[in-house]
Design a protein. Sequence first.
Length: 221
Amino acid sequence: MGRCNGRCSLIALCCLQLVAALERQIFDFLGYQWVPILANFLHIMAIILGIFGTVQYRPKYLIMYAGWLVLWVTWNAFIICFYLEVGQLSQDRDLVMTFNTSLHRSWWMENGPGCVVTPVTAPEQAPEDHHVITVRGCLLDYQYIEVTSSSLQVLLALLGFIYASYVSKVFMEEEDSFDFIGGFDSYGYQAPQKTSHLQLQPLYTIPSRNPGQGKQATSWS
């Protein structure tokens, strides 16, 4: 029962991670943030790998899934530091989020709760593919929405790492102790006994009726 609970909990956690990753992928697509889009895609593949490994009893797949979660926690920790502009990090650097192909802009910057967007007319200093806006009235700034999303990803990843490590350990212990069909168990196996060929011995002799013959008929068993 405990083993089933561990597997079921890990599958449920992976499904929750998958929903959270798809939700984040949608909003990153809307904001044209190509680096997070690539990271989210790899994360979704790793989650699918973890679900498959849990269902099919593949501990190696779970180890790969757990290893990716370590990288995923590191990436989300960087995202949190990036939006909070910790140290030398700055949101003005488009290379970090978009490979410097477009303007870095979180979708929540213009579409956050309570936000009112006002376009700035005739901005001579703005590039042709960029537009300058003013945003006011937001109940929650987009930075904190992104930080909250990344914090949720970190929490789910830590729980997934713990469950994946436990379930993969259980699977490997079962593989070591399982007696495969047609295999040999050191305690239950007994070597087949060789059947020895019995040597036929005469039970009694029947005297011959012909006195001229010296041979006797013998009954064998």
